[in-house]
Design a protein around this ligand. Structure first.
Ligand code: GAR
Length: 194
């Protein structure tokens, strides 16, 4: 990953699909003085994603693509990324799988947050599966994106203890709180205090 020079920040695009609490967290973080990222635009795979409203409120450009024609949409996205000199992509609740071709073009410059202790529980419905399997611990992971789902090199993880009363919903909300802290820490670890 490239290093920051002087007071510069990474021109960052955030990819979302839904409510965008991680996006909100990253926008707030990017506004802090020491943040290594500047959010230039937000890409959504869903034009109704709530996160888009928050981004627009903060005067951040947004674009939506439904990925029905993935090749075509990714080509357009790559064009925007280039035009806006984007050098970092943060996936934040982005529920589409990017093509190998796309990932190669941004090799080691795409990060993702996943709501489990990877390599365990890749994919969807993590909290439901964690509870069904009577796990004692779960958590979240920030990792690089490579060509395999949720399999890139791990940057940071946070572990939490599952409570007897936890349901997939309560667990999702407890893990989400940790995600917000972890994404900030991972960016600081990568670019400010390695
Ligand atoms: C978060 O828990 C994120 O880790 C997860 O979706 C949620 C999005 O919440 N991402 C994945 O499962 C990706 N495989 P948000 O829209 O409030 O940030």
């Amino acid at each position: 990953m490239a290093k920051l020079i002087g007071n510069s920040k990474f021109n960052t695009a955030i990819f979302i699909s839904g409510k965008g609490s991680n996006l909100r967290n990253l926008i707030k973080f990017s506004n802090s003085k020491n943040s290594p990222i500047k959010i230039i635009f937000v890409i959504s795979s869903n034009h109704k994603a709530k996160g888009l409203l928050f981004a627009r409120k903060h005067k951040i450009k947004t674009k939506s693509f439904n990925f029905k024609n993935k090749e075509k949409d990714e080509k357009k996205i790559l064009h925007y990324l280039k035009k806006n000199k984007i050098n970092l992509i943060c996936l934040a609740g982005f529920m589409k799988i990017l093509s190998i071709n796309f990932i190669k073009k941004f090799n080691k410059k795409i990060l993702n947050i996943h709501p489990s202790l990877l390599p365990k529980y890749k994919g969807l419905n993590t909290h439901k599966r964690v509870i069904q399997n009577k796990e004692k611990k779960t958590g979240c992971t920030v990792h690089y994106v490579n060509s395999k789902l949720d399999s890139g090199k791990i940057i940071l993880q946070k572990k939490i203890t599952i409570r007897k009363k936890d349901t997939p919903k309560t667990l999702a909300s407890r893990v989400l709180k940790e995600e917000h802290i972890l994404y900030r820490k991972a960016l600081m670890k990568l670019f400010i205090n390695p």
